[in-house]
Design a protein around this ligand. Structure first.
Ligand SMILES: Cc1cc2nc3c(=O)[nH]c(=O)nc-3n(C[C@H](O)[C@H](O)[C@H](O)COP(=O)(O)OP(=O)(O)OC[C@H]3O[C@@H](n4cnc5c(N)ncnc54)[C@H](O)[C@@H]3O)c2cc1C
Length: 52
C-alpha cells in the first residue's frame, strides 16, 4: 500500500514526509496526538528557521 510509514508528525516526521513525497514514494504519516508535535505546545518559538 505504502512505500514509507512515518511514525510521528513533529518537525522530523513532517520533514521526512516531504523528502519522501518529493522522491515519489507513497508515504503515510501516523500521529497519535496533534499534528506538529511539541512545536504546537510550546508558549514561544525561538531559534528556529524562519522564526526569530
Ligand atoms: C518546552 C519546550 C520548548 C521548546 N522550544 C523550542 C524553541 O523555541 N525553538 C526550537 O527550535 N525548538 C524548541 N523546542 C524543541 C522542539 O520542540 C523539538 O526539537 C522538536 O519538536 C523535535 O521534533 P521531533 O519531530 O523530533 O519530535 P516531536 O515534536 O516530539 O514529535 C514527535 C511526534 O511523534 C508523535 N508520536 C510519538 N510516538 C508515537 C506513536 N507511537 N505513534 C504515533 N505518533 C507518535 C508525538 O505525538 C509527536 O507529535 C522546545 C521543546 C520543548 C519541550
Amino acid at each position: 500500500m505504502f512505500d514509507v510509514c512515518i511514525i510521528g508528525s513533529g518537525p522530523a516526521g513532517l520533514s521526512a514526509a516531504i523528502y519522501c513525497s518529493r522522491l515519489g514514494l507513497k508515504t503515510i504519516v501516523l500521529e497519535k496526538g496533534v499534528i506538529g508535535g511539541k512545536m504546537t505546545k510550546i508558549p514561544k518559538l525561538e531559534n528556529y528557521p524562519w522564526f526569530s
